[in-house]
Design a protein around this ligand. Structure first.
Ligand code: NAD
Ligand code: IPM
Ligand code: MN
Length: 363
């Protein structure tokens, strides 16, 4: 069985962290006997530079044919001043939307070796394992109307539309409840039902879904602003958090810091059965450190582990890869973002090499 992978390195540190994923893929082929058929494509600024389009139809077609898509990151200052529909980010949003990847799983797990890398006290983050399920193809990211209009007299108006339908809420809710059943059986649903109709609908539909299909799972509703605070006050009260596209974007960057670094947070974006999953780190293209060998590749490598688990039916290999990540961290190998006294600071590429050595030990 050959797994078809589509690799989209993207921009900034994207190609740097993806180079380390390629090392892992070669190792899995040569030493673990897993066969991959790998195609490469452009997305984001790289695709704008080559085709004046952040995601071409050809690349999108290749993605549709893959079993899993691995993505680095998109964006950067070079393409910051172009129209929204041809910005690098538009390529990623189009990919998510076209493949209907509505459920974005962002697990925030604190590895024991990194307890001190978090900006929170060790006793607050030790052993933390929470999962944010972010709705990914709806909400204010895609709602119409949107735009900037000229009001005359030197005034302009910028506007976006937050919108959710029953089925959009139900399908992501189902994913969250299902996953909770395999974990600690608790879902916290976050919105702003106190000020937004879309939030009120979100709360009502999640409540109805819970009653109809998941009454065995503990359900709690929380306003998103309170959730942001509770994540810092007492993060281990959470198991699965389900929330909309925008709140999920913000809360997952916040959750990343509980784990020590944005460079540690992987993600999986899943759609309907049979459609390829998209696997990417939660972080962006990090223009401030791009090209310097400073990027932490572990979020992208952990995203590959999620691909092995959720799209490629290679759960055991996923466990092995996660074990290897734990191994390198236990050895004190650190990229600068997670560096601590007494550890050894390494480059992106040396982290990848250390990971391969740790993988060898898992055999
Ligand atoms: P960012 O996530 O790129 O960077 C935020 C901070 O975290 C920076 O200081 C960066 O150096 C650090 N960081 C991020 N990843 C790291 C890693 N692997 N190792 C070490 N440090 C890391 O967010 P930003 O600076 O707000 O955005 C930069 C660009 O990336 C923008 O164009 C944005 O739209 C884009 N972006 C893309 C994605 C994506 O492709 N999925 C996600 C977020 C942001
Ligand atoms: C993310 C990013 C993207 C988002 C951008 C680059 C479109 O921040 O994946 O978290 O906002 O969804
Ligand atoms: Mn984000």
């Amino acid at each position: 069985m050959t797994h078809k992978l589509m690799i989209l390195p993207g921009d900034g540190i994207g190609p740097e962290v993806m180079a380390e994923v390629r090392k892992v893929l070669s190792w899995l082929e040569n030493d673990a006997g897993i066969a991959f058929e790998i195609e490469d494509g452009l997305i984001g600024g790289a695709s704008i530079d080559a085709h004046n389009d952040p995601l071409t139809d050809d690349t999108l077609d290749q993605c549709r044919k893959a079993d899993a898509i691995l993505l680095g990151a998109v964006g950067g200052p070079k393409w910051a001043d172009v129209d929204y529909n041809i910005r690098p980010e538009a390529g990623l949003l189009k990919l998510r939307k076209e493949l209907d990847l509505f459920a974005n799983l962002r697990p925030a797990i604190v590895f024991d070796a990194l307890v001190d890398a978090s900006s929170l006290k060790p006793e607050i983050v030790k052993g933390l394992d929470i999962l944010i399920v972010r709705e990914l193809t709806g909400g204010v990211y895609f709602g119409e109307p949107r735009g900037i209009e000229d009001l005359g007299n030197g005034q302009r108006r910028g506007f976006n539309t937050q919108t959710y339908t029953t089925s959009e809420i139900q399908r992501v809710g189902r994913v969250a409840f299902d996953l909770a059943r395999k974990r600690d059986n608790k879902v916290t649903s976050c919105e702003k039902a106190n000020v937004m109709e879309s939030g009120k609908l979100w709360r009502e539909e999640i409540t109805a879904l819970h009653k109809a299909e998941f009454s065995d799972v503990e359900l709690e509703h929380m306003y998103a602003d309170n959730c942001a605070m509770q994540l810092l006050r007492n993060p281990s009260q959470f198991d699965v958090i389900v929330t909309d596209n925008l709140f999920g974007d913000i809360l997952s960057d916040e959750a990343a810091m509980l784990t020590g670094s944005l460079g540690m947070l992987p993600s999986a974006s899943l759609g309907n059965p049979g459609s390829p999953g998209l696997y990417e780190p939660v972080h962006g293209s990090a223009p401030d450190i791009a090209g310097q060998g400073k990027a932490n590749p572990l979020a992208t490598i952990l995203s590959l582990a999620m691909a092995l688990r959720y799209s490629l039916n290679e759960g055991q290999t996923a466990n092995q890869l996660e074990q290897a990540v734990q191994g390198v961290l236990n050895n004190g190998t650190r990229t600068p973002d997670i560096m601590a006294p007494g550890c050894s600071e390494v480059s992106t590429s040396a982290m990848g090499d250390a990971l391969i050595r740790a993988l060898e030990k898992t055999l």
